[in-house]
Design a protein. Structure first.
Length: 420
């Protein structure tokens, strides 16, 4: 098959785990004999110096600045949209894909997906792992949000109305058909059916997965001190990292549990990162909470082996985070919230521990429980590894994707192009 993958970000210039997963899928499909081309955003594209025969980094993103939107992006909208549509048309004409696989649309205009549906009717497959189908575009979100200076609210409101009417499209003028929708979790499948209105017959759950063989649990030393906790991910408010910091503050300052240490690995919005640093300083936690830089994906197995527990404190609805799968495969105990699709892999007391989103006291209690009961941690770690081996492997995921693509090609060739 000839498979064109459309994605917002692509390694080595990704901003999260989903871009890494997209690359892994692309490479594995190519290894299985399929021809694959990736059309992705132009985020820092000038930094790429080596040839990339299977990658085109040219799609305009809605906002190049991930931390702050620039009003000039509104003025550039129509021109960039035309360029994006023309680019997709050119790539499709040259590559002639059997399947267009849309796998990451946050910060990309929905018109790109609409153009794909027009160019290859019945052959567009979506892999849904976020709420981008109903999310407000970056342009509209900026003009609708109040400015920091209250005196500028009224001017911005009027200027926003003018800018949106002159430069931005009419909302929902053209609706996506979503002919084939794969969902990373049952939670996302429910979202697509109930919130987006996609017929259930056009949807299917395909859990993502990891290469379990790369994550080898080391022998646990239950007497080791301190208890080494890890957060790995984005520094964004919806990730709930502040809840983890507050939980450490409770353990250290109220319960005098000084045999713990939390390492924060990742990057994100600079404002939120400053809030985290201020929180650490406020509670005098410099000795107990430290920051680390983002780690290349190939180093994740070695990184995880240095820790005992992964904290997953997201307050937003996570579709199905790979970091939980990786940590569980590496023998860590995951303590996480149960927002979104996380309950499909993490069960309290069975293969991990859970707490209510935003509840720092409850999280502190779960951490203290592991310190009091080392045998519980060992049992949870073994069960966690087994869960990933049985249900969340990367090969199983690619098998399902490949079979689904082949079935669509067969149906489309026979004149039938609906979901299943």
């Amino acid at each position: 098959m000839r498979i064109l993958i459309i994605s917002n970000y692509y390694p080595p210039l990704e901003i999260g785990g989903w871009g890494q997963l997209t690359r892994d899928v692309a490479r594995r499909l190519q290894e299985r004999g399929h021809q694959v081309h990736v059309l992705t955003g132009n985020h820092r594209a000038g930094e790429i110096v080596s040839p990339e025969p299977m990658v085109t980094r040219a799609l305009h993103l809605e906002s190049l600045d991930l931390a702050h939107y620039r009003p000039r992006y509104t003025l550039q909208y129509r021109r960039r949209e035309r360029q994006n549509r023309q680019l997709l048309e050119n790539v499709t004409a040259v590559f002639t894909p059997d399947i267009i696989f849309i796998n990451g649309m946050w910060n990309l205009s929905k018109s790109i997906a609409l153009q794909a549906e027009k160019l290859r009717p019945g052959r567009v497959v979506y892999y849904i792992a976020s709420d981008w189908p109903t999310d407000t575009d970056a342009h509209t979100a900026f003009w609708q949000s109040p400015p920091a200076n209250p005196r500028l609210r009224l001017p911005k409101r009027w200027l926003g109305r003018i800018a949106r009417s002159l430069f931005l499209p009419v909302p929902n003028k053209d609706r996506l058909a979503f002919p084939h929708v794969l969902c990373v979790s049952a939670f996302m499948q429910t979202y697509m059916v109930e919130k987006v209105g996609v017929p259930p017959a056009q949807t299917r759950v395909v859990h993502n997965g990891i290469d379990v063989t790369k994550f080898t649990p080391k022998k646990r030393n239950e007497e080791q001190r301190p208890l080494r906790l890890l957060y790995a991910g984005g520094f964004w408010e919806i990730k709930g990292v502040d809840t983890a910091v507050k939980a450490i503050a409770i353990l250290v300052n109220r319960q005098n549990q000084t045999d713990i240490h939390l390492t924060l690995i990742g990057s994100g919005h600079p404002d939120y990162t400053r809030q985290l640093r201020a929180l650490i300083q406020k509670h005098r936690l410099a000795q107990f909470v430290t920051f680390g830089d983002r780690v290349p994906r190939r180093q994740m197995p070695d990184l995880l082996r240095q820790f005992d527990v992964l904290l997953f404190p997201s307050t937003g609805p996570e579709a199905l985070a790979r970091i939980t799968q990786e940590a569980m495969a590496a023998g860590l105990i995951v303590i996480g919230t149960t927002t979104g699709g996380t309950p499909e892999i993490l069960q309290d007391g069975q293969n991990g521990l859970t707490f209510t989103a935003g509840d720092a006291a409850m999280l502190a209690g779960k951490i203290a429980l592991l310190r009091r009961d080392p045998a519980l941690g060992a049992r949870l770690a073994r069960a966690a590894r087994q869960t990933v081996e049985e249900k969340f492997t990367f090969e199983r995921m690619v098998d399902e994707l490949e079979a689904y693509f082949e079935r669509i090609c067969e149906c489309a060739s026979g004149g039938y192009a609906s979901g299943e």
